[in-house]
Structure formats: structure tokens, C-alpha cells
Design a protein around this ligand. Structure first.
Ligand SMILES: Nc1ncnc2c1ncn2[C@@H]1O[C@H](COP(=O)(O)OP(=O)(O)OP(=O)(O)O)[C@@H](O)[C@H]1O
Length: 583
């Protein structure tokens, strides 16, 4: 996986350009701190030479003062460089994170079915975190330390060409040896990270499934799996730590060797009267200083592999295009609208090409009427709801809302005009208010309370401990399944859609919540077109029309009263079979 250089450049330009001011600040701080690091030893060298040669003693306090001031300034500029570096990195990576989240959200459901939330989290957070090093440290440090390294070597060449040549040779050898050794540490650390990802994945799964695990007495088996992973993890960790320690020892050994070379060289040159004692100190000091950029460059190049993998994965994600074609076309009616399915054929991605989830489905529901959809599990009922919101596009046929084909309407407008209450209401760890408005501060409490009033849910709201301020806990704790459905109805009501789709929860509700729900549904459906995917026959009482699906095909469609009066109709037989009282 080799990423062309211009792709790094494009990424940097994209995310650093908007904060060029901070980047300029960072570059100035970095270059100044490097220059000061190289200048200061020269003052010390002058200090030592002045003492040894008995030069102007009155200049010494000034030299000492200048040395201290420059040392202080070096720290100030290093600190500023770190501050600007972190600011630039955070801003750039947050922008990238936002772009990735926005991109993932606009991808259609087939993408989300193919990628687990954990995988997307790893991309949006893990990979972007790795990139923050790229923005803040990799470029800056490789660039900064590269300049420091070259600066030190140039000064050494000026001080004494022989010392310059020897230490340039040493720097080259040290850098290549350390880079060669680092490859030995990469594989064990990659394996360590892989096991770590597996470990946290398993842990997350076990915590999410704790109720089932405990209820089924599966704790010992789950713990066994947990211990097995831990057992496998430890030796890999030891191996990785060992590889890093070898690398550390090698680098300490190399720089000790560098110091020995510098000392021997300085002593030899001093004896030959080729350099002053101050210059001898300079050679020794600069050799010591060399270790910093060499170590840093090694570390950063090591990170580059991880960064390269992250850039590759992020680019791959960003290049995925939504399958749904955006259109600005036909506007949708703002009042109750007709719903038409005309010869609709649909199958999910990856499904057998001979099978259809929906097979030539046609029906037409007049505006303001309610359609009840019945069918065995897996017959395609929820698929109809997903298609109406264009979570997927159909393979052939046409779906219309009012007069317009939904394939030709703007997606955001479509999703504004169609309200869906699913079986699993998604609640957030936030207040009831935020759960109702989806964090939109423009929806005032008055509007929410009016909606509650219209849906006859004000008494229910009053029964919550803190009304709209009631905080829902993790995994929607604080509300029962029935209450969550009530909340979902208010959410949809606040959208004021033309079409409401209710994919009913099949779970049993207590009579009181069921009564609340029924009344709220009545109010929600008034003056709107409705589609109810019914699990409770009770709900069908309000349906004007009935559609029965079997393996994706419409086996019966018609007016509810008419179907009821025909004893041969599947609907009438279904009701009879369930000995349900007819309305
Ligand atoms: N994302 C998907 N990818 C592939 N197949 C799917 C997908 N979603 C649903 N299916 C399949 O499509 C068929 C219809 O599913 P659908 O959810 O519409 O059924 P349903 O009638 O609503 O069932 P239930 O009453 O159990 O909710 C099923 O066979 C299901 O396995």
C-alpha cells in the first residue's frame, strides 16, 4: 500500500489551508526554537574559550545572561510550537471527522448493513486519531528535526570539516541502523493492536448482551472466551515490548558510541591544536544534540506506516458514493398525499438474482386514507416502509407520492414529508426534549407542549419525573418500550408529515399505555395518509384499506369493509381464525 506523495499533499492542503494563520505561527515558532538550539552552544563555547584563553572577563556575565535568555526563549518557542501544533492538528482532524461522519450519514442503508458500527467508529475515530499525528507531529517533526539535523551538521562542518564529515557519517549510519531495526518491532505491535481490537469488540458484545448471557446461564462460557483472549494477548504483548526494548537499547548504544567518537575526535583535534577547548565542547554538545532529531525522525517514520494505512482507509471510505441518486425534481405535496406502488420489483443487495423481496407489488392509496399491511414475518412489510423513505432504490416499477415519482424528488424533502415510527425506537442518552427535537434548539417548548396536547399525551408528560427535562439513561433506560413508542409519535408529529408509516412493535403493551398509544395514533393520522404495518389486529380497525403480502407478492388488496363482508377473503378468514371480534 504505497500512497503517492501528492495525496499526502492534497490532504494537508485541504485541511491546513483554512488555518494558514496558525500554520504560519507554528512554522515561525518551530524554526525559531531550532535556530536558538543551534545558537546557544556557540555562546557557551565562547564562554569556555574566553576563560581558557584569559580573554575579556567583563564580557562573561553578558555571555552568561545571553545564554540563559536564549535557553529560556528556546523553551518559550518550543512550547508555542507544541501549542500551535496541537491546535492545528485538532482543528484539522475535527474537520476531517465531521466530513467523515457527514459522508457516512449520507450513504444509503446497504452501506450501513455491510459495515458494522464498530468498524465505522474505528474509521472515524481510530484512523482519524492516527492522522492527528500526521497533521501535528509527523510533518512538523520530520520537517523540524530534519532542519535541526542539517543545521547541526552544517555548523559542525564550519567548526571543523573533519569533525563535520565524521559526524555526518555517524548520523547517516545511526539513522539507517535504527530504521532497519524498527521494522522488527512493527509486526508484533500490529498483532498486539489486532488482538486489542478483538478484545474490545468481544467485551462490547458481551456487555451489550449481558441480559441474555445472564438469563441463559452462559456466564462461565463467556468468561472462558474472555480468559482465552487474555491468555493469547499476554505473550504477544511480551514479544512487542521485547522488540521495543531491543530498539531502545540499540539507540542508547549507538548514541553512547556517538559520544565516544565525538570525545575522541575532539581530544585528538585539540591535542593537534586544530580546535579550541570551546570548539571541543561544541562538537561534544552538537553530537549529543544529534540524538534528538535522529530519534524523532525514526519514531515519526515508524508512525508513517500506521498513518499510511489510515489515509488509505479514509480515502477508501470517502470514495464510496451513495447509490441513491440525488434529485431536486418534483416537489411533494404539503398535505395528505396519495401513495402509489406500480409494478414494483425490489431485492436487497447480495440477494439471489432469481428472488425478489417485493415481486410486482402494485397498489394505490388515496390521500388521507389509512392502509393496513399484513403478512407473515419476512414477507416484505417493513421493506415497503424502507422504500417509501428511499433507504433503497427499486430495481423496476415506480413509487409515487401524490403525482411525483419519489425517485425524482429531493431526498431531504422526501424524508421531511414522510414520518416513520419503527419497531425499535432509537433513543439518545439526553433529555426527553432533545429526544423529541433531535437536538434542534429552534423547536420551542411551547410547540412541543402543543404537540403533546394534540396527541393527548400531556398527562403522560406530567407523569415523567422532570417533564421535558427528564434525562434518559444509557440504552434508553428510563422509558418502557410502549413509552418509547409514544415519544416516537410526538417526534413524527413535530415533523408534520404528509404520510405517516407505523411499523408497529409486536411486544405486548400494558392496557394503559396501549390506550394512550391508540389515542395518539388516531390524532397523528388525522388529515394525513397513513400506512400501518400491523402486528395487532386492534390497529387494523382504523385502516380504510388492507394489503396482504406473502413472500413479497400482494395476495389481497382492497377496501377493509368490502373484504370483511366477503367470507372468502383472506382478511376475513384471518380475522375469523383469530376469533377476533369484528368492528
Ligand atoms: N438489509 C437486508 N439485506 C438483505 N435481505 C434483507 C434485508 N432486510 C430484509 N431482508 C430480507 O427481506 C425479506 C423481507 O424483510 P422485511 O423486513 O421486509 O420483512 P417483514 O415482513 O417486515 O418481517 P417482520 O414482520 O418480521 O418485521 C426477509 O426475507 C429479510 O430476510
Amino acid at each position: 500500500m504505497q500512497i503517492p506523495l501528492q495525496q499526502y499533499g492534497a490532504l494537508l492542503a485541504n485541511y491546513l489551508k483554512p488555518q494558514w494563520g496558525a500554520v504560519v505561527g507554528l512554522t515561525i515558532a518551530l524554526l525559531t526554537s531550532i535556530a536558538l538550539q543551534i545558537i546557544n552552544p556557540q555562546i557557551l563555547s565562547y564562554f569556555i574559550d574566553t576563560i581558557f584563553t584569559g580573554g575579556e572577563a567583563q564580557s562573561l556575565p553578558w555571555a552568561a545572561l545571553a545564554f540563559s535568555a536564549i535557553a529560556l526563549l528556546t523553551q518559550v518557542f518550543s512550547l508555542s510550537a507544541t501549542y500551535w501544533g496541537e491546535t492545528v492538528a485538532w482543528t484539522a482532524t475535527n474537520a476531517l471527522r465531521s466530513d467523515l461522519v457527514a459522508h457516512c450519514l449520507q450513504l444509503d442503508l446497504s452501506f450501513h448493513k455491510a459495515h458494522t458500527p464498530g468498524e465505522l467508529l474505528e474509521r472515524v475515530d481510530g484512523d482519524v486519531n492516527a492522522l492527528s499525528r500526521f497533521f501535528s507531529q509527523l510533518v512538523i517533526h520530520v520537517f523540524g528535526n530534519g532542519i535541526l539535523l542539517i543545521g547541526i551538521l552544517v555548523v559542525l562542518w564550519f567548526e571543523n570539516p573533519f569533525a563535520g564529515m565524521s559526524l555526518t557519517l555517524f548520523a547517516g549510519v545511526a539513522l539507517s541502523v535504527l530504521l532497519g531495526l524498527r521494522s522488527g518491532a512493527i509486526a508484533p505491535w500490529a498483532e498486539y493492536r489486532q488482538i486489542s481490537a478483538e478484545f474490545y469488540g468481544t467485551l462490547g458484545e458481551q456487555i451489550a448482551g449481558r441480559e441474555d448471557i445472564c438469563a441463559n446461564g452462559a456466564v462461565p462460557y463467556v468468561m472462558y472466551r474472555f480468559y482465552a483472549l487474555l491468555q493469547h494477548w499476554l505473550p504477544v504483548y511480551h514479544q512487542a515490548r521485547f522488540a521495543s526494548t531491543v530498539l531502545w537499547f540499540s539507540s542508547v548504544g549507538l548514541f553512547t558510541l556517538g559520544n565516544a567518537i565525538a570525545l575522541t575526535l575532539s581530544a585528538y583535534l585539540w591535542q593537534q591544536n586544530a580546535i579550541t577547548i570551546g570548539t571541543a565542547y561544541l562538537i561534544f554538545h552538537y553530537t549529543n544534540l544529534l540524538s534528538q532529531p535522529i530519534e524523532r525522525i525514526r519514531e515519526e517514520l515508524e508512525q508513517l506506516q500506521q498513518v499510511e494505512a489510515s489515509i488509505y482507509r479514509i480515502r477508501e471510505l470517502l470514495s464510496i458514493q451513495p447509490r441513491l441518486k440525488q434529485s431536486v425534481g418534483v416537489p411533494l405535496p404539503s398535505t395528505a398525499c396519495a401513495v402509489t406502488f406500480e409494478n414494483v420489483y425490489f431485492r436487497y443487495q447480495g440477494q439471489n438474482p432469481d428472488e425478489w423481496t417485493l415481486h410486482n407489488v402494485s397498489f394505490s392509496l388515496p390521500p388521507g386514507q389509512v392502509l393496513g399491511i399484513l403478512g407473515r414475518t419476512g414477507s416484505g412489510k417493513s421493506t415497503i416502509a424502507r422504500l417509501l423513505l428511499r433507504f433503497y432504490d427499486i430495481q423496476s416499477g415506480e413509487i409515487r407520492l401524490g403525482e411525483g415519482a419519489i425517485a425524482k424528488t429531493c431526498l431531504s424533502q422526501l424524508r421531511q414529508r414522510v414520518g416513520l415510527v419503527t419497531q425499535d425506537v432509537q433513543l439518545f442518552q439526553a433529555s426527553v426534549r432533545d429526544n423529541l427535537t433531535f437536538f434542534d434548539p429552534h423547536i420551542s417548548d411551547t410547540v412541543i407542549l402543543e404537540a403533546m396536547e394534540t396527541l393527548l399525551l400531556s398527562p403522560w408528560l406530567k407523569s415523567l419525573p422532570n417533564g421535558l427535562n427528564t434525562q434518559l439513561g444509557a440504552e434508553s433506560s428510563g422509558l418502557s418500550a410502549g413509552q418509547a413508542q409514544l415519544l416516537a409519535l410526538v417526534r413524527v408529529f413535530l415533523k408534520n408529515p404528509s404520510l405517516v408509516i407505523l411499523d408497529e412493535a409486536s411486544s405486548r403493551l400494558d392496557p394503559q399505555t396501549e390506550a394512550l398509544l391508540e389515542r395518539a395514533i388516531d390524532r397523528l393520522l388525522s388529515n394525513r395518509t397513513g400506512i400501518i404495518i400491523a402486528h395487532r389486529l386492534q390497529t387494523l380497525k382504523r385502516a380504510d384499506r388492507i394489503l396482504i403480502l406473502e413472500q413479497g407478492k400482494v395476495v389481497e388488496y382492497g377496501d377493509r369493509q368490502t373484504l370483511l363482508s366477503q367470507s372468502q377473503s383472506q382478511f376475513a378468514q384471518l380475522l375469523n381464525a383469530q376469533t377476533i371480534e369484528h368492528p
